[in-house]
Design a protein around this ligand. Structure first.
Ligand code: BGC
Length: 366
């Protein structure tokens, strides 16, 4: 009799401990509800997103953690696994490489986590639930329209693109090509640095393969150094009739500044127009100083608000609002899209300072 009482109390103690352990497990696993993974700290664009997330999350009841992948898909997978282990319910992720990120989000899906692709689409997987993005086709169109509006007949045109591992690079180029192609076909522009683009000048709508060929020749890989080296190589190879007053399609601000510096240092280039995007502070200064012609302002505050809005809807058991969808090569991903604003010297103050995105004191000579 005594023995069985002992056994029962021992069992109770074991059961109590088991419950305690489970409870502790639970409380530690609910530590972080939303995990955020961004591609790299090496580009101001993503450091800006981190800051905008932090601003938006001040005083929020939801716990979040932001990790950076530093340009590595392996690090990105580690980050996602670490967040899964912390019990996140929603993952907001901007992939370093759209295809390679599939493995990371598939692990998240297996753990019952809802995935929001942020700014860049994760491709060739069904493990993406939502996509928040800017209108990337419109970004490319706006860059090209800027060049077209100021074009001189027979003007040399230099093309540059983003990284082929980023689906956005294709969307930007697709948008730009829609606007540039008729002007290339009618001789307004002559392409200076891509034989593939020149060979396709009669083709209004490019296939992904055709775009890949052009991007393969003129990619910057989103790297300012690579952009600089390519621009130098192109100018060294360019004949005299490909210099003078030129137009340059640069895909974003980081690459635009280094391409602009190279073109500015070539004496045979008398004048140039160069595009950009992101409204990075350094590029806004370039625009004010007349060193970069324009940028496309993508208000990251809106993107962050939309991404967090979706995450909170999911946490509250509601269905997030979407405005359309994007095919990622496997499924149609429901998406919420935000418009972009063209900024040049004429509206830099009203678009960026009056909207409280930046402060006037961030710039000289505004
Ligand atoms: C983003 C751009 C950014 C680029 C390089 C793109 O996916 O949309 O804003 O400049 O990546 O990081």
């Amino acid at each position: 009799m005594k023995r069985s009482v002992k056994a029962i109390s021992l069992m109770l103690v074991v059961m109590f401990l088991a419950v305690m352990v489970a409870a502790c497990g639970n409380s530690s696993s609910s530590k972080v509800s939303v995990g955020i993974v961004l591609p790299t700290k090496d580009e101001p664009r993503w450091v800006q997103d981190e800051q905008r997330f932090k601003d938006a999350l001040k005083g929020s009841k939801y716990t979040t953690e932001i990790l950076f992948s530093q340009g590595s898909s392996a690090k990105e997978k580690e980050n996602v696994d670490a967040l899964i282990a912390k019990g996140i319910k929603v993952l907001i992720i901007c992939p370093q490489d759209g295809d390679a990120a599939a493995a990371a989000v598939e692990s998240a899906k297996k753990a019952g986590i809802q995935v929001i692709s942020y700014d860049r689409l994760i491709t060739k997987t069904d493990a993406v639930n939502y996509y928040v993005t800017f209108d990337s086709i419109a970004v490319g169109k706006a860059q090209a329209q800027y060049l077209v509006d100021k074009a001189k007949p027979g003007q040399p045109l230099y093309l540059y693109a983003g990284a082929a591992s980023d689906n956005n690079a294709f969307l930007f180029f697709e948008g730009a090509w829609q606007v540039l192609q008729p002007k290339i076909a009618n001789g307004t522009f002559k392409i200076a640095n891509s034989s593939e683009a020149a060979a396709l000048k009669g083709t209004a709508k490019l296939t992904r393969e055709q775009m890949s060929k052009i991007i393969g020749q003129v990619t910057t890989n989103w790297d300012a150094n690579e952009a600089k080296n390519k621009a130098q190589t192109h100018l060294t190879a360019a004949a005299a009739d490909m210099k003078g007053d030129v137009a340059i399609l640069a895909p974003n601000d980081g690459t635009a500044r280094s391409i602009a510096d190279v073109f500015a240092s070539d004496k045979a280039v008398t004048k140039f127009l160069v595009t950009g995007q992101d409204a990075e502070k350094a590029s806004i200064q370039y625009v004010i100083d007349g060193k970069q012609s324009m940028t496309v302002f993508k208000d990251v505050r809106t993107l962050v608000k939309d991404a967090m809005g979706m995450a909170v809807a999911i946490l509250d058991g509601k269905t997030p609002e979407t405005t359309g969808s994007y095919n990622n090569g496997k499924i149609d991903v429901k998406a919420k899209q935000t418009n972009v604003i063209v900024v040049d010297k004429a509206n830099v103050k009203s678009a960026l300072v009056d909207s409280a995105y930046y402060q006037a004191s961030d710039f000289k000579g505004l």
